[in-house]
Design a protein around this ligand. Structure first.
Ligand code: ADE
Ligand code: ZN
Length: 318
């Protein structure tokens, strides 16, 4: 089945073997960061963020970014993706100043063009880190605004949802909107409905996760009426202990008319793939091709791409 993925962190998708290789090249000791199976080892979300930061610190310079993107897009193609949006956080890799970001972007654009020629289209969403604070977010927003118009089509925010309020980052979201970028924010993952409502004040058309909207019936109705799209990452939520597969809110949100889509977030951290997400949803809720087709259609409609690309994607999905 052809799939669209709207929520995939480039750094969080780094295969552990690639990070180990980069660490060896840089004579860095990442001892203790991997489990006995060679995967990333962490205990809970805050520890996940720490390991994530240590791993992503190994990605430095245009060559590393290009190798990473090549590996990640190959994996996406293997699982049937025809279009993917990559969350990229220059703050993690020492590249949040504009000249460094331009270098990294140039290297990645070459890889992205080559993948598009092979049938996998992609776009980048520059993503600031909430727990690094509003000042650092501004730098990422400026990188996004200054390089918008080509492969970079979106701006977003990830990181610890309990760090301040989304509205503290209004300057950055305004800057990105004025540059014509699509907007999304991680919310309703670690906090409830009020965090999603706060995100909506930023003018986002999509919410990363958003599953805890289910705790507030009025908010669920509002999301459905406004056509806000949720980038749901069920395997991530299960791996981080927020819920389990059978109780996952995605099915109830879909039943309430909310536009839900399916993504992987940080696949190697959560031992998942896009195919695995679909398989688990099929097993948990009895979903079949028609449900997945509807979600991919919503994903195409919410994608941060031009209308020509959108029309082509919608056709390809049929
Ligand atoms: N960055 C990468 N994965 C994340 C998640 N699940 N929540 C918040 N920020 C993230
Ligand atoms: Zn995410």
């Amino acid at each position: 089945m052809k799939k669209i993925e709207l929520h995939l962190h480039l750094e969080g998708a780094a295969p552990p073997a690639l990070i180990r290789g980069l660490a060896a090249e840089k004579h860095q000791d990442l001892h203790g960061m991997f489990d006995e199976r060679g995967g990333y080892a962490y205990q809970g979300f805050k520890d996940f963020l720490k390991v994530y930061e240590a791993a992503t610190a190994m990605i430095q310079g245009p060559r590393d970014y290009a190798r990473l993107l090549e590996a990640v897009l190959a994996e996406c193609a293997e699982h049937g993706a025809i279009y993917v949006e990559l969350f990229i956080s220059p703050e993690f890799c020492g590249g949040a100043d504009l000249p460094a970001w331009r270098d990294h972007l140039g290297a990645m654009e070459e890889v992205a063009h080559a993948a598009a020629a092979q049938g996998l289209d992609s776009r980048a969403i520059l993503t600031c880190i909430r727990h690094f604070g509003p000042e650092r977010a501004r730098k990422t927003a400026i990188c996004a605004a200054e390089t918008s118009g080509g492969w970079v089509t979106g701006f977003g925010m990830g990181g610890a949802e309990d760090a301040g309020e989304a509205s503290d980052f209004a300057w950055s979201f305004d800057c990105a909107r004025e540059a014509g970028l699509g907007l999304t924010n991680h919310a309703g993952e670690w906090r409830g409905a009020e965090s999603i409502r706060d995100s909506l004040t930023l003018g986002v058309t999509r919410i990363g996760h958003g599953i805890r909207a289910i705790e507030d019936a009025a908010l669920v109705r509002e999301l459905a009426e406004r056509g806000v799209t949720l980038e749901v990452c069920p395997g991530s939520n299960v791996a981080l202990g927020i819920t389990d597969w059978r109780r996952h809110p995605i099915a109830r949100l879909a039943d309430a008319g909310v536009r839900v889509t399916v993504s992987t977030d940080d696949p190697p951290f959560f031992h998942t793939t896009l195919s695995h997400e679909y398989q688990m949803l099929a097993e948990s809720f009895g979903w079949a091709e028609s449900e997945f087709r509807q979600m991919n259609q919503w994903a195409a409609e919410a994608a941060f791409c031009d209308d020509t690309t959108r029309t082509r994607l919608i056709k390809e999905l049929q």
